[in-house]
Structure formats: C-alpha cells, structure tokens
Design a binder for this molecule. Structure first.
Ligand SMILES: NC(=O)c1ccc[n+]([C@@H]2O[C@H](COP(=O)([O-])OP(=O)(O)OC[C@H]3O[C@@H](n4cnc5c(N)ncnc54)[C@H](O)[C@@H]3O)[C@@H](O)[C@H]2O)c1
Length: 344
C-alpha cells in the first residue's frame, strides 16, 4: 500500500470546495494536512468542510502565511487556488521546496511566469498540473478519443463559445476580479477552459492569431468583457473563439464544435458536459443516441465534476513518475493564445 500523500490547500475561496472534494473523493490515497488563507476564517471553514466530508477526526492545521506553512509542515502537494496573479510566486516557492503543485487556471498571468513554473518543476523532477478539469468530462474524453482514432479525417476547424452573463455583483465580490494584474478579462477567466479544449482538439502550435476585444458593459473592470479570436494552427486548422460575459440576461451557452472531413461533433450543456451532435461517415446507426445516453450526465454548476479525476490522476502521476494528464506544458498553451490576443 502506497503512503497517503499529504496535501495543503492554499487559497480557500469560492473554488476551493472542489479541491476539498477532490481530496475527500481520493481519501484512500491522500489527506488534507493543512489549509491556508490570508483570511484565517476561510482556512478554518475549509478544515471543517474536509473533516465533515471524511467523517472522522484528523490533524489539519490552519495557517495565514503559506511560507510558514511550507516550512513547518511535511507536505507532498499543494493545491493552489488563490487569485490568479499570485499563482506563479506561490507555485515556484513550493516547487523550490520540492513540493508538487496542482494549480488553478490560469496557471499564471504571463507566458514567462508559466514557463518558469514548468522549468522549475522539470528541473526538480516534480509534478505540475493545471485545473482544466473539463478535459475529464465524458463527452470531451470521447471527442478526444475520436480525434486520436482519426475518425474526423482532416480536421478543418473548430469553435469555442462561452456566452455568459456576469453582473456587477459578481465583479464586485472581490477587488481582484477583472484586473489586469490578478485576473484578466472574460477570456483569461471564464473562457480559458474552452480555449484550452479547442487548442487541445485542433492540435499543434498557433501560427497566426487575430483578435478583437472590447469592454461593452462593465465599466468598473479594467479588462475585456467580450473577445473574439481567430487562430490558425500549424496543421492548417482554424479555430474561432467567442467569449463574453455580457449576454443578457443570463448564461446562454458554453459549446465546443469540431468540424472535420468525415465528422462533426458539438458538445454543450452547462459546462461542455453534454453531447449535442455526433456524426461520422463511419457511423453505425444510433451511435449518436447511444453516446448521448452513455455520456451525458448532470452537473450542479459550471465547475463540473472534473477536480476529482484530476486529483486522482495527479496522485497516480506522482506514484508512477509520469506527467499529469493536464501538465504545465498543457496549461501554458491557452495562456499563450489569450496573451497574444491581449496584444491586439
Ligand atoms: N477551475 C475552475 O473552474 C475555476 C473556477 C473558479 C475559479 N477558478 C480559479 O481559482 C482561483 C481562485 O478563484 P476563486 O473564485 O476561488 O477566488 P476567491 O477570491 O473566492 O478566493 C481566493 C482566496 O485566496 C486567498 N488568498 C489570497 N492570497 C493568498 C495567499 N497569499 N495565501 C493564502 N491565501 C490567499 C483569498 O483570501 C481568498 O480567500 C482563480 O485563479 C480562479 O481563476 C477556477
């Protein structure tokens, strides 16, 4: 039996319950030993949430200062869910102390910052994973498999649409939202998951990127609330990205469509978790309806259920000394596309 990995959570805000759940769901292989937040009460709440979830008493220490925590505690992995602009410094600090890192998206606010995280992890033989948890959605996994099996023939194009609504209350929840230094706009915050999926499916390096951005309806944020990006990949495929938080009056869609020579697939739902269209010329009858009933499942919100398999994969990556399924090298690609668009 492998030793249980000791995990510390840094940043105990809105998304952190998914990390706590990911640890609870993998409790035979890992345990939460410490929580940290500059607002101590947030760290205390996460400790309580975890203890309630595992249904037994364990030692979980709470901290306000992550440097103190990483000095005092024996920690194998940090799960990092602070404001995006702090990811790089905290991740590098942990990696330099030989601690593996699971980091929320976007992994960093600059390409150089993301690259530094990757380099330090690789130099020290550590694992670095980025929370693009939608990659684990069953329809997304099926699409990826169809691509790997060559069912599309030549892939011509794809599009990623996130047509959402985020109002003033959302942006005013915390001062970091919509800022250039700590968050970015709708492309960097909300759309990055779908941009990650599009570039993963279309494959290869971007050779040309065009973008148009605007802030139509959120004058109190620094960054864009609407973004349109066209990407030409080295293999010739064209990606179209439309991402926004201005849709009236509520979220409208999050979809990913892949258009190939011999197939078309569209995935939608609350967070690209529902197959909408699945056709291939090698289709046998009823494949689409079979796939829909097999793969389409309910999720409670746009965060989906992907943190649990992401933690499971990460633990396995450490034990088997392999790259995590969504590595730093994967996570940097969407950051690159978005930052290129921000130059327009
Ligand atoms: N994967 C997803 O689907 C998803 C969804 C939402 C948010 N996120 C990402 O997760 C991150 C956090 O987002 P959120 O909505 O939970 O934000 P949040 O503001 O609710 O939480 C951030 C927390 O980090 C704490 N913090 C800040 N600096 C710290 C430090 N030095 N040490 C310890 N704690 C510190 C804050 O006090 C706060 O409690 C962002 O990068 C965001 O983009 C990802």
């Amino acid at each position: 039996m492998m030793k249980k990995l000791k995990i510390a959570l840094i940043g105990c805000g809105r998304i952190s319950y998914k990390h706590v759940q990911g640890i609870i769901d993998n409790k035979d292989e890992c345990q939460l030993v410490a929580t940290c937040d500059v607002v101590l009460d947030n760290a205390v709440k996460k400790k309580e949430e975890y203890l309630k979830g595992i249904g037994q008493d364990e030692q979980v220490t709470v901290y306000e200062d992550y440097k103190q925590m990483l000095t005092e505690e024996d920690i194998d992995v940090i799960a990092l869910a602070t404001e995006s602009g702090y990811h790089e410094d905290i991740a590098v600090y942990a990696l330099e102390r030989d601690i593996h890192v699971i980091v929320e998206k976007p992994m960093a606010m600059t390409v150089e910052g993301a690259q530094k995280m990757i380099d330090v992890a690789n130099e020290r033989g550590l694992k670095l994973a980025v929370c693009h948890q939608n990659r684990f959605n069953p329809p997304i996994q099926a699409l990826r498999q169809a691509i790997e099996e060559g069912r599309f023939g030549r892939i011509y194009a794809g599009n990623a649409r996130i047509l959402w609504n985020r109002n003033e209350n959302y942006y005013k929840q915390a001062p970091w939202r919509g800022t250039r230094a700590l968050d970015g706009g709708c492309l960097m915050n909300q759309c990055i998951h779908n941009i990650d999926l599009l570039q993963w499916m279309l494959g290869g390096q971007p050779v040309k990127i065009n973008a148009m951005l605007d802030n139509f309806d959120h004058p109190y944020i620094e960054m864009e609330d609407y973004g349109s990006i066209q990407v030409r990949f080295a293999n010739g495929a064209i990606g179209n990205i439309e991402g926004t938080t201005v849709v009236y009056p509520t979220n409208l869609e999050e979809t990913l469509t892949i258009i190939g020579e011999k197939g078309t697939v569209k995935i939608g739902g609350l967070a690209v978790n529902e197959l909408e269209f699945w056709r291939f010329d090698d289709n046998y009858q009823n494949e689409e309806s079979m796939m829909k009933s097999e793969l389409n499942g309910d999720i409670d919100n746009v965060y989906g259920n992907g943190h649990t398999p992401l933690f499971k994969d990460f633990i396995d990556a450490i034990h088997n000394d392999r790259k995590p399924y969504i590595s730093g090298e994967d996570g940097i690609e969407a950051v690159k596309i978005i930052l290129e668009a921000y130059k327009e």
